[in-house]
Design a protein around this ligand. Sequence first.
Ligand code: ZN
Length: 130
Amino acid sequence: MTINAPMLLTAAREAAVHAYCPYSNFHVGAAVLADGRIFPGCNVENASYGLTICAERNAIFAAVASGARRIQAIALACVDATDAAPASLRMPCGACRQVMAEFADPGTPVHIDGVGTLTIADLLPSVFRL
Ligand code: ZN
């Protein structure tokens, strides 16, 4: 079965249900396609704020923990964003973009619910690499 963008976006929206976000009340879900499998992630907040982790990194780290190394596609859903919310509210943060670039090629699609499809290169054109 080929996993397409709508299927990945659905998985991201479903993952958002599990978000732990008592401080922001902003549920975010992500789904990473790697090794032909979908790895879901949600934001998990912490009272210290700084220890909070985004849905995207949660999903990517779950994929890596399962042995996957190359990401084929990513979907992201900020299910609490209203239709009138600016696109910037739905975009991945800088930390997540850097982590995406570690495991995904520049042309890898990132499907952002309510925004459209961008690539890793669109999101982080001048990536840091060692
Ligand atoms: Zn992030």
